[in-house]
Design a protein. Structure first.
Length: 546
């Protein structure tokens, strides 16, 4: 039995994971602590998350039995005094520290970490194909294929950047032309896609950047420069002018992505026909519409996308590999939940609240919370450990009734956002199949990584959480035994409204990471972002709020 640290040292989305005796103790992305979104925090390293976990757990890096480091870009850049590294001193100090721990260190490849991060928490015991795909890695790969069987992983294919193009790069580079930010706003373009229409010229433009050539190969190696060239041509022709044209571009990028990736998966499935399950990881699979197309293709019996599907999940996958190597991790399992961050006691929360003279409180009461939501209030929840990965899953969530389409505009105004994607629903497990067309891959929806079509009889009841064009939603299925607070709020709301669904969005304002601390949550209450805050064993509101 032992202690394993996983660290991701790539260009962005730094994180640290600690596994003790085969149990995940903490998995934290730095942005949740530093309060600087990973999009704006390149070439810095996971020092903040490591420091916090060492402090909270009492387990230092030196105490670890195994230290698994993924993608050592920054460490090798530091040795060359590369000007990209923002804090050379921190990196040099860390190199000095780990140089004394050489016997404990295992270097884990980028896409290997992605593969471990999904297969070993998929809960799928039968033969599985593991596919990873993203913008690229230190090892010059933008994807890989693995076979999972009998608790073992075997790599069977690498998508090498020097001979293949990357779909992820197409999405990253186009953000600039939408006046958006790559590595952050790709989801907004995906949300916009549903409002566009097919255009042969625009669709064919994407073929010039990357196309699937068969035999598991994508054309145009290192395709970033080609993408920029094509996008500039589209820009000069006016395709990024006006909302209508932008929606057409978005639609055709989404459709093209789905089309060529399904060609790729078809060939993978034919090559390994006895492998009927699919596990996915990598930034491309933040695209929940692509995930839905894959799930509904009929190629696989089950599809699972790991909750930290992006590069933040690389410390997670690395630590899992390390835990397996020392004999602690007991094979493929289901992830009990994604609540792997920091938490605060009821007493800590209440003591912080007393520093504000104009905040009142009353005792926690499920019925009262549901009643407030039913009346149209915006209610935030700070509950236990915060989530790992990009989704708010009930630990740091904002809850609103799902029954009015105008809620989308109201929430965006209050949260100072300009979201295009519909807000997500969370639903009691007992009603999930009644409301959503879930034929398979139910487990992955616990982590809000898949879209499903809403059944006809529910479309008009849930307008705030359904895409108005294709009638899909990205639900989180909530089980009482796994998330009792979230489930009981839903249950009381269902008793009042007859609707076992509620709108769930992340508890953060525009440009900031999802909140971490009680102080951050109280600041949103003071600012008027939310009407009520449910935190610890209290319900808080401003003194003058009626």
């Amino acid at each position: 039995m032992g202690k394993v640290y996983g660290l991701f040292f790539g260009n962005h989305n730094y994180s640290t994971t600690l596994i003790v005796d085969g149990k995940i103790q903490y998995a934290i992305e730095d942005e949740r602590i530093t309060r600087i979104k990973s999009t704006y925090s390149w070439y810095e390293g996971p020092y903040t998350s490591l420091s916090v976990i060492e402090e909270k757990s009492g387990i230092s890096l030196e105490d670890a039995d195994k230290i698994c480091i993924c993608d050592p870009t920054l460490l090798f850049m530091t040795k060359n005094n590369n000007s990209f590294v923002k804090d050379l001193e921190k990196n040099k100090n860390f190199i000095s520290r780990i140089s004394k721990l050489k016997n404990k260190i295992e270097w884990v490849e980028h896409h290997e970490s992605h593969a471990y991060s999904t297969y070993f928490v998929s809960g799928i015991k039968d033969k599985s194909i593991i596919v990873t795909s993203d913008g690229g890695s230190y090892e010059k790969l933008c994807g890989s294929i693995w076979l999972g069987d009998n608790n073992n992983l075997k790599k069977v294919h690498s998508v090498e950047s020097f001979s293949n193009g990357s779909i992820g790069i197409m999405w990253y580079d186009i953000c600039h032309f939408f006046n958006m930010i790559g590595n952050k706003d790709e989801g907004k373009i995906m949300g916009m896609a549903g409002h566009g229409e097919y255009n042969e010229y625009v669709y064919n433009s994407f073929k010039n950047i990357t196309k699937y050539e068969g035999n598991l190969k994508f054309s145009n190696a290192y395709n970033a420069e080609i993408a920029i060239y094509i996008y500039k041509n589209l820009e000069n022709e006016g395709w990024f002018n006006g909302e209508k044209n932008k929606k057409i571009v978005a639609y055709n990028l989404q459709k093209y992505t789905e089309d060529i990736f399904m060609e790729y998966l078809n060939d993978i499935s034919k090559k390994y026909p006895e492998y009927r399950n699919l596990c996915l990881a990598g930034g491309l699979f933040a695209n929940v519409k692509l995930n839905q197309v894959i799930n509904e293709s009929g190629l696989f019996d089950n599809v699972f996308i790991t909750p930290p599907m992006g590069d933040e999940g690389l410390s997670f996958g690395s630590a899992i590999k390390g835990s397996i190597s020392i004999g602690d991790w007991d094979g493929v399992r289901k992830l009990e939940n994604a609540f792997l961050g920091l938490e605060y006691t009821d007493e800590e929360i209440f003591n912080i609240s007393k520093s504000y003279n104009n905040i009142n409180h009353e005792d926690f009461n499920y019925y009262k919370i549901a009643q407030l939501i039913n009346e149209g209030n915006i209610v935030a929840l700070l509950n236990g450990k915060f989530e790992f990965g990009p989704r708010a899953l009930g630990a740091r969530s904002v809850m609103v009734r799902p029954t009015e389409r105008k809620t989308h505009e109201v929430l965006n105004t209050r949260l100072e956002r300009n979201e295009i994607m519909p807000f997500a629903p969370f639903v009691m497990s007992e009603y999930a199949h009644i409301i959503f067309d879930i034929k398979q891959s139910e487990y992955t929806s616990e982590f809000m990584t898949m879209c499903y079509t809403v059944k006809d009889e529910w479309k008009d009841k849930l307008p705030a959480v359904i895409h108005e064009v294709d009638n899909t939603g990205r639900p989180q299925i909530v089980y009482k035994h796994k998330n009792p607070v979230f489930w009981n709020i839903l249950n009381e709301y269902n008793k009042i409204s007859g609707i076992p669904v509620m709108l769930n969005t992340s508890f953060n304002g525009h440009g900031e990471p999802i909140i971490n601390t009680p102080k951050q949550s109280f600041q949103h209450l003071l600012k008027g972002t939310i009407d009520y805050l449910v935190a610890g064993d209290k319900i808080y509101k401003l003194e003058n709020h009626e």
